[in-house]
Write a protein that binds this ligand. Structure first.
Ligand code: 5HY
Length: 239
């Protein structure tokens, strides 16, 4: 095996440093030793992404983070993960680099359909459900997705997941299994990454965290030597 490790960059497009650290920790756990996981977040911008306006700023932060990593001296990342459930800037990111770029929503929905028939998304605020619904349609999961549930737990309340927040999210996941007939739960926020195990134990069904799913899939693509197609849509944009 080459001594050069596989490098995956996780991009949290909000400015929360504790959330970025949680995301990095999950990534490293999934990737295991011998894979270099870095997690970055912007120094300026929204502290959480919960609106369409913040989504646009997040998309810009994603594209900038990829550009910076590619321009930096030393080897560039072999893959990038957009660690925000709206997958902000995913298409632009795929124009920016030939390295695979995975969004956590897209990766989580794919993973969910590999281990069950029906999934429900359990997420933060009701106002984000429109974006989640758009992504379900865009990725073609409208048959598999049987529920989109908001908990009204804001993103930043997940920084230190307190018992109250965990209880509300657990109740929502249990309701999804019971009422939506979901047999898999998809977590709708990168800040829920550390709740995956707890929720799986509470619900008895697979709980998919998109951060973990996208790191696993990114690693697979890198090992397969598969990069983003540069033909047509994802060709590099004009300078
Ligand atoms: C996320 N926002 O994963 C999304 C979740 C959401 O700052 N990180 C954020 O509520 O849409």
């Amino acid at each position: 095996m080459s001594a050069d490790p596989i490098r995956i960059q996780l991009i949290n497009p909000n400015t929360s440093v504790p959330m970025t650290e949680k995301i990095r920790a999950t990534g490293q756990l999934v990737a295991g030793p011998g894979v270099s996981i870095t997690a970055v977040c912007p120094s300026k911008g929204p502290s959480s992404i919960e609106s369409h306006t913040e989504e646009i700023l997040a998309a810009q932060a994603v594209v900038e983070a990829i550009g910076e990593a590619e321009r930096a001296s030393g080897p560039s990342p072999d893959a990038h993960v957009i660690a925000c459930f709206g997958d902000p800037g995913l298409d632009a990111a795929r124009e920016t680099t030939g390295a695979p770029v995975l969004g956590i929503a897209e990766a989580a929905m794919h993973a969910a359909t590999l281990v069950g028939r029906h999934f429900s998304v359990v997420t933060t605020l009701d106002r984000t459900l429109g974006r989640a619904e758009d992504l379900v349609l865009r990725y073609g999961f409208e048959r598999a997705c049987v529920g989109l549930r908001a908990t009204e737990v804001p993103v930043l309340a997940l920084e230190e997941a307190e018992a109250d927040a965990v209880a509300v999210i657990t109740d929502s996941a249990l309701a999804a299994v019971r009422e939506d007939r979901a047999d898999v739960i998809v977590l709708g926020c990168a800040g829920m990454t550390d709740l995956c195990q707890t929720l799986a134990e509470a619900t008895g069904v697979p709980v998919i965290d998109g951060v973990a799913a996208s790191v696993g899939m990114a690693l697979g693509l890198v090992r397969m030597g598969t990069r983003t197609s540069r033909l047509r849509e994802y060709a590099p944009p004009k300078a």
